[in-house]
Write a protein that binds this ligand. Structure first.
Ligand SMILES: *Cc1c(COP(=O)(O)O)cnc(C)c1O
Length: 564
């Protein structure tokens, strides 16, 4: 069944989450979407890759909003048999002193350009295992530290062993975030010198060889985004045939820091945008963090009306999204506006059906959808309600919001509740809808149907951000704080607009947002000469989408990381 894939060496791409398709809830947000887009573009480019992730049978969660505006979480069960095939290989890892068996499902991604790539979804729900071990691969980001550490053993150590058992020849390993860094310990074990060749006090492992094999992408400057495990826990759970002293040298003396482990085991380390690489270089002195800026998969994130438009005018846009640089010359304002209006009506219909809210196709829509957590500041737009209402009376607009909060993020959940209270408060002046259950399909509708894509993170915590890139593929300009990709993507008034600058204090951000909305963005939208607005839509396509795509990203990973 795997011959088709094992006859040539591959890049092994490890990720705790991966967004394969809307029906498979094995992702929580940006990290998983990026993993999916990585796989999709590698397939378009015929770059041989094998993705390794967990089967996450209970998914992340499905979000419902109750009558009080509070998030309710439901398991998002899926049946791997509907989308994948069981592989008849099994390996074991030792967890808490007992063998935990790991099998896998094969999901095959097919590119609409032709070509296929394998994804291995690791599964511990096997008869051989104790009930508690069968659940290790059930809940994405569920449970406590111990549960998370077990998942990381399954992903890193289990994934590496399974690839070997299945006869994959691996050219390079790529860790998407530190969750899979234990794979490096497995590789060290494979590259151990015979004891008679090791002099006392020297490392018994061929660390340089392992580093040659490994690449690591770090994704966030937020402290909580970097897993740390106490060595008590590590000793209890992990049966490392690697001695603790060696692990501590690589992963930190007081706690096992997965980011540090990945940094020390990888020759090539990447941040996800230029600014993020600079910030990471400061966070991790002594390491060199490169900057291949993220991108999004062209076909996946382009709405049907724009796909048709590009197919007609720029037929090779999917294989070579650089072609989109020509969009500003070869697409007329009328066809762009017509395609956008179709996408906008589709969003309005979705919001009506799923949120029971009616929006007006004649008014501009500000779209804001992202993980609901403090640094993303979904409440920045609502800092001064008087001012917001005054702007809306002058230049009417409406807002669509969406986003999940992690079940343990109390602050994030409170934000969702607060947003719902604000929606009621602003009723009649600023129509606002909250589209529940932000997932791939809702994201696709939102980034295409909004007129302006809003992003207001607290600098420098937005490592890259990718939803604004998706918007650009649909001719939707961004209005954003200068952080992450937008520092590279923003050409003021051409691809969208900046809120404030990228150096000063944050306390002026709300005022800067109101000023820009009131004095620049909304007046341009309402300008009787619609040409000005259409030019910005074209700018988003020709200058942002042509560059911030995962095709460019994967060519760079191939040239600069995998084949270095
Ligand atoms: C693209 C996407 C994200 C990430 O978007 P950001 O701009 O990085 O916040 C998160 N969730 C879903 C469902 C997405 O499609």
């Amino acid at each position: 069944m795997l011959d088709e894939y094992t006859h040539q060496p591959r890049i092994a791409y490890f990720s705790m989450e991966i967004a394969l398709r809307n029906e498979i809830p094995t992702y929580s947000g940006g990290l998983g979407v990026l993993a999916g887009d990585t796989l999709r573009s590698a397939t378009d480019l015929d770059l041989p890759l094998v993705a390794v992730s967990l089967v996450s049978r209970a998914g992340y969660f499905r979000q419902e909003i109750d009558a009080h505006g509070r998030q309710v979480e439901h398991p998002a069960m899926w049946d791997p048999r509907d989308w994948a095939r069981p592989l008849n290989a099994k390996i074991a890892v030792t967890i808490e002193g007992r063998a935990v068996w790991i099998g896998a499902w094969l999901y095959e991604h097919e590119s609409h350009l032709g070509g296929r790539q394998p994804v291995l979804l690791l599964d511990t729900d096997l008869d051989e295992n104790l009930a508690e071990d069968r659940e290790i691969t059930h809940y994405l980001y569920g449970g406590d530290d111990v549960y998370r550490f077990k998942q990381e053993i399954v992903l890193g150590v289990g994934g590496a062993r399974l690839l070997r058992a299945l006869d994959f020849e691996i050219l390079q390993y790529h860790m998407n975030e530190g969750h899979s860094a234990l794979l490096g310990l497995e590789l060290l074990r494979r590259h151990e010198y015979p004891p008679e060749n090791v002099r006392p006090g020297e490392s018994p492992y061929d660390l340089p060889r392992v580093r040659e094999l490994c690449n690591f992408t770090t994704h966030t400057p937020v402290e909580a985004g970097h897993d740390r495990f106490s060595y008590d826990l590590v000793q209890r759970v992990l049966n490392a045939s690697i001695d603790l002293a060696a692990i501590k040298r690589l992963a930190g003396e007081d706690k096992l820091n997965m980011t540090r482990l990945a940094l020390n085991l990888s020759e090539y380390v990447n941040g996800v945008a230029k600014r993020h690489a600079e910030v990471s270089n400061r966070m991790f002195p002594g390491y060199r963090v490169h900057a291949i800026t993220n991108g999004v998969h062209p076909f996946t994130w382009t709405s049907e009306p724009f796909r048709k438009l590009y197919d007609h005018h720029l037929p090779s846009w999917c294989h070579e999204p650089e072609q989109l640089v020509r969009a500003d010359c070869c697409l007329s304002e009328a066809v762009i506006q017509e395609a956008h209006q179709q996408a906008k009506l589709a969003l309005i219909e979705r919001v009506r059906a799923r949120a029971g809210a009616s929006l007006d196709p004649g008014l501009p829509i500000l779209g804001f959808a992202r993980r609901m957590t403090a640094y993303k500041r979904p409440d920045l737009l609502f800092t001064d309600l008087e001012r917001l209402q005054a702007i809306a009376r002058k230049h009417p607009f409406q807002i669509v919001l969406a986003g999940k909060a992690h079940p343990h993020d109390e602050g994030g959940k409170r934000l969702i509740e607060q947003l719902h209270a604000l929606m009621r408060q602003l009723e009649g002046v600023v129509p606002i809808a909250f589209l529940p259950d932000y997932d791939m399909d809702n994201a696709r509708a939102l980034v295409a149907g909004a007129d302006v894509w809003l992003n207001t993170p607290l600098r420098p915590y937005e490592a890259s951000g990718t939803s604004g890139m998706k918007a650009a593929f649909n001719g939707v300009p961004s209005l954003s704080i200068l952080d992450g990709w937008w520092i590279e993507g923003c050409i003021e008034g051409v691809t969208g607009w900046a809120i404030g600058n990228d150096t000063g204090a944050d306390d002026g951000d709300a005022a800067a947002l109101y000023d820009k909305l009131e004095q620049v963005v909304l007046p341009l939208y309402y300008d009787p000469d619609r040409g000005g607005w259409a030019r910005v839509m074209k700018g988003a396509i020709s200058k942002s989408a042509s560059y911030f795509n995962s095709s460019r990203m994967m060519r760079r990973y191939a040239a600069e990381a995998y084949l270095r």
